[in-house]
Design a binder for this molecule. Structure first.
Ligand code: PMT
Length: 406
């Protein structure tokens, strides 16, 4: 079967002379069974008319962020795409993408997608060899974008040199590889029973007050959503309710709301054994020894609340033998790696994901995080500051690699 059969591909066409070659790419993708949505920039339309693409794709070519039936076309296209192929990609389009500019439909779609992106540069040699183009492409490849390098050959205006759009065969082969790689991630947790915890536990002092912490649950939710996207059957034991994306149905993420560490412990124990447990929740180490049944009255006198230790759920899971791969987190503010190493040793986890929660834009409540994954086997993987969903991807890639190595 063709690697493109049934796959949703956005074909981004930007304005260079090689735009006419994108017609052939479009035709071949459609012939191979792909659902192709052509997205043309204003400049691309000066080279090839949108009707050509619409007729070949059997789908209206999309042109504008604002003059579209869909009020948010970039979001719809970005979410639906399984691959975005930018062919040809001009120096301007590459620069705009590297800079995160989204002033046209293609630029906005590229920013709104989590699908793999393949970029096929085509331009004159001087532009191809300009350091700005090189810098922009380096930035893109660092972010995971695949670049199909241009070839040497005849260029517009009778010139000959580097910058000619790569041959359709190599563009299609690279696109197929990118789809296969993302498909592999998509199915990499198929059938696994995964338990994820999220949010901070609330340990009651009385019916209205509690001992708590700053965890928003964002990192745990991102892990649950990503595990579900990879085919896992996920139970998310959380202290907070957050929206789940439309792509995640109740059959793939079962949400169990709890409040205290004791409730979280029971909810997890009831669902063992599990293939993978990801303890992203900030579990309170201590709880009030006795919750007062009525709201405590203000007396004006100092108040002493005696705290007693909560069970260490992660350490219990580590001893239980009922978890295939156990991933703990460590929220640290100093001696970050040394403290995380100690947790890795004492809690019986296979991996500890440590975040310095005092670092800018990291840890509690931020949409981004920066972590290091420590493995019991001794290796370390550092994930620089990234969206929590991307951090979740990296963590699950590490979990998958660990399981495969056993
Ligand atoms: O929720 P967000 O706002 O997105 O923030 C994410 C996060 C900072 C909460 C998350 O990335 C994180 O670091 N979670 C772990 C927080 C924490 O409790 O760290 P800790 O170092 O105190 O605990 C170490 C590990 O033991 C954790 O996996 C924790 O879930 C677990 N633990 C802790 C205490 C306890 N009594 N039982 C436990 O199981």
């Amino acid at each position: 079967m063709s690697p493109f059969a049934g796959r949703r591909i956005v074909l981004g066409v930007t304005g260079g002379i090689a735009a006419y070659k994108a017609v052939e790419i479009c035709r071949r993708l459609v012939e191979a069974g792909a659902h192709v949505t052509p997205v043309l920039t204003e400049a691309a339309r000066r080279f090839v008319g949108e009707v050509t693409f619409s007729a070949l794709a059997g789908e209206r070519a999309r042109l504008s962020l604002f003059e579209d039936e869909d009020p948010i076309p970039h979001i719809t296209l970005g979410r639906r795409a399984e691959l975005i192929l930018v062919c040809p990609a001009t120096a301007r389009a590459i620069g705009a993408y590297a800079a995160g500019l989204c002033d046209d439909l293609l630029g906005a779609t590229l920013l709104a997608t989590r699908a793999p992106v393949v970029v096929c540069p085509a331009m004159h040699t001087e532009m191809w060899e300009h350091p700005a183009t090189g810098d922009n492409l380096r930035r893109l490849t660092e972010r995971g974008v695949t670049v199909v390098a241009p070839e040497e050959g005849p260029l517009a205006g009778g010139d000959v040199g580097a910058g000619r759009l790569a041959a359709p065969e190599s563009i299609l082969a690279t696109a197929a590889e990118a789809l296969a790689a993302s498909g592999a991630a998509a199915g990499s947790m198929a059938g696994l029973r995964v338990l994820v915890t999220a949010g901070g536990t609330r340990e009651p002092i009385d019916p209205v007050r509690f001992v708590g912490n700053r965890s928003s649950g964002k990192q745990g939710y991102a892990l649950a959503v990503e595990a579900a996207a990879r085919g896992a059957k996920v139970t998310l034991v959380a202290t907070v309710q957050r929206p789940l994306p439309e792509s995640v149905g109740p059959e793939s993420v079962d949400l169990v709301l709890v409040e205290t560490a004791e409730e979280m412990r029971t909810a997890l124990a009831d669902r063992l054994p599990a293939d993978v447990v990801l303890m992203a929740a900030a579990v309170a180490d201590y709880r009030p020894a006795a919750a007062v049944p009525e709201k405590m009255k203000k007396t004006g006198e100092p108040l002493t609340v005696t705290l007693e230790p909560n069970p260490d759920i992660l350490a219990e899971l580590g001893r239980s033998g009922s978890v295939g791969t156990l991933v703990g987190f460590a929220a640290e503010t100093s001696d970050v790696l040394a403290n995380a190493e100690a947790k890795l040793r004492t809690k019986g986890a296979d991996l500890i994901v440590v975040n310095d929660v005092s670092a800018p834009r990291s840890g509690f409540d931020h949409d981004t995080n920066a972590v290091t994954i420590l493995a019991a086997a001794g290796d370390r993987t550092t994930i620089p500051l990234a969206a929590k969903r991307d951090v979740a991807r990296a963590i699950l890639d590490r979990v998958t690699a660990l399981r495969a190595s056993r």
